[in-house]
Ligand binder design. Sequence first.
Ligand SMILES: NC(=O)c1ccc[n+]([C@@H]2O[C@H](COP(=O)([O-])OP(=O)(O)OC[C@H]3O[C@@H](n4cnc5c(N)ncnc54)[C@H](O)[C@@H]3O)[C@@H](O)[C@H]2O)c1
Length: 254
Amino acid sequence: MRLQEKVAVITGACGGIGHAIVSKLVAEGARVLAADLSQEGLSRLQEEFGDSVATCIVNVTDYDQVAGMIQQACDHFGRLDIVINNAGIGSAKMLIDHDPVADFDGVTAVNQKGVYYGILAAAKKFKQLGTPGVILNTSSVYGKMASEMTFTYNVSKAAVDMMTKNAALELAPLNVRVCAIAPGRVDTPLLRQYEALGLWEHIRREQMRETFTQPEEIANVAAFLVSDEANCINGCTVDAGDGFTNFKYPLLQR
Ligand SMILES: NC(=O)c1ccc[n+]([C@@H]2O[C@H](COP(=O)([O-])OP(=O)(O)OC[C@H]3O[C@@H](n4cnc5c(N)ncnc54)[C@H](O)[C@@H]3O)[C@@H](O)[C@H]2O)c1
């Protein structure tokens, strides 16, 4: 078990990827503060994982709530080792149809500001504790690629990649490591918005192996990245997109 004794905090814990990461961290021996907007989802997590998990309702767009979440992990479990800024939302709309406020601010507040707040609150706590730590941010392959209908989402994930680099540099003197993980297309409620748009089969065929990544596969990579085995990985975004950024959708029928 790679995370024995460790205490982790994760936001977006009730979603597809978040739930899989909670499950994997607990299996690796960690105790986890699971944080999300959803009280119902958190109650289910508590029931599923028992004392290995504590829960916290948080809206990551509010700094005081994020700082309170970090404090709760320390108060409840007595230490802090890992903070995973995973909460994220998407939207699917062509740029030309954007409302300049609603279609930029909503996604940016969660995906960009929320990660910034998570990094900042974690950094202040690690400094106060004087112990080493790891921060893992959930980015996306779309932090590096353009795609239709996801303008603000892609911008927010590019910001996550840069925040990851910059924070790693500034937090290195505290012995805090900062990484990001970039999933491709993972079968979660977030991705299922493409189903409502009638694009589910199309995006499945766009995968190199014509299959979606499962949340558990992302959790495996996340658990490695927050473990000491990944000690030499710092300041970068690890591509977990199953080759998505490395090829163009084939012209020929397969
Ligand atoms: N699913 C994919 O294909 C995919 C691909 C690349 C990156 N990602 C990223 O992975 C992360 C998790 O996504 P997912 O696919 O599990 O989505 P999901 O919709 O299943 O889960 C997201 C979770 O975040 C929570 N959340 C939303 N806004 C919040 C807020 N303001 N404060 C606290 N919690 C909030 C939701 O309640 C939900 O439980 C996101 O950052 C997403 O951008 C997902």
